[in-house]
Design a protein around this ligand. Structure first.
Ligand SMILES: [Mg+2]
Length: 227
């Protein structure tokens, strides 16, 4: 299916080094680059820790979403693309990358639903952050529908029902509209974005909704049996 193709492509890329290791530099970096290299190493270590914790959280749930959809601005990164230049260097909220890596490892598809009016900048930032291969589909366009149209397109592309989707966004109007479509939606803090706490809440709400709908179906079946 569409989302598996994306995942397979990433795996092939990661196998370019036969041992699967990070490439090793034989010479130490110049002094001026050492602080940057140290910062990158620290960030990667942080991503790995978050990924491990996110995998532990995922392991606690028997029912998981088929697709996790992320808003971009103030959900995965602390900025508005509309207020940036294409040459800027974006950064992610602290837990975002680790959570996405855990979802990918678990084989759960991911998508983007953003109302940004500058998709060129959004895509450039996703490139710079090496996130493009994470997503099976991206809907990045301005709209007054509060993401109804974004989700209709995502549903058509992936074939995944709304009830199997989990969505993170920082705007209440998007959260409210998409929730009504049947998607389990989580409203994240504008200045904190998606983090492990929100991730756990999302999975919890998704599992609870699934359990409630199963009970509802059982009750209806039981009632029909009496009629
Ligand atoms: Mg947003």
């Amino acid at each position: 299916m569409v989302w598996n193709k994306s995942i397979e492509r990433v795996d092939e890329t990661s196998q370019s080094n036969p041992r699967g290791d990070e490439p090793i530099d034989l010479l130490p970096p110049p002094t001026s680059d050492r602080s940057t290299a140290a910062a990158v190493a620290r960030r990667r270590m942080g991503d790995e820790r978050v990924k491990a914790e996110a995998l532990q959280i995922l392991g606690r749930f028997e029912v998981l979403p088929g697709l996790v959809v992320f808003d971009l601005d103030h959900t995965i990164w602390p900025l508005y693309c509309d207020c940036c230049s294409i040459g800027d260097s974006p950064r992610l909220f602290r837990h975002a990358k680790g959570i996405m890596c855990a979802l990918k490892e678990k084989g759960i598809a991911m998508a983007v639903a953003s109302r940004s009016s500058t998709p060129d900048i959004a895509n450039a930032f996703l490139d710079k952050l090496e996130l493009q291969p994470m997503f099976v589909t991206k809907e990045i366009f301005d709209s007054w529908t509060h993401k109804t149209e974004h989700f209709q397109r995502i549903q058509r592309t992936t074939g995944i029902p709304y009830e199997s989707m989990l969505f993170f966004d920082d705007e209440h109007r998007n959260f409210a509209t998409v929730s009504k479509m049947g998607v389990t939606s989580i409203l994240v803090d504008w200045d904190g974005g998606v983090n492990l706490e929100m991730f756990k809440l999302g999975l919890n709400n998704f599992a609870a909704k699934f359990a409630a709908s199963s009970t509802d179906k059982d009750e209806k079946t039981s009632l029909n049996g009496w009629n």
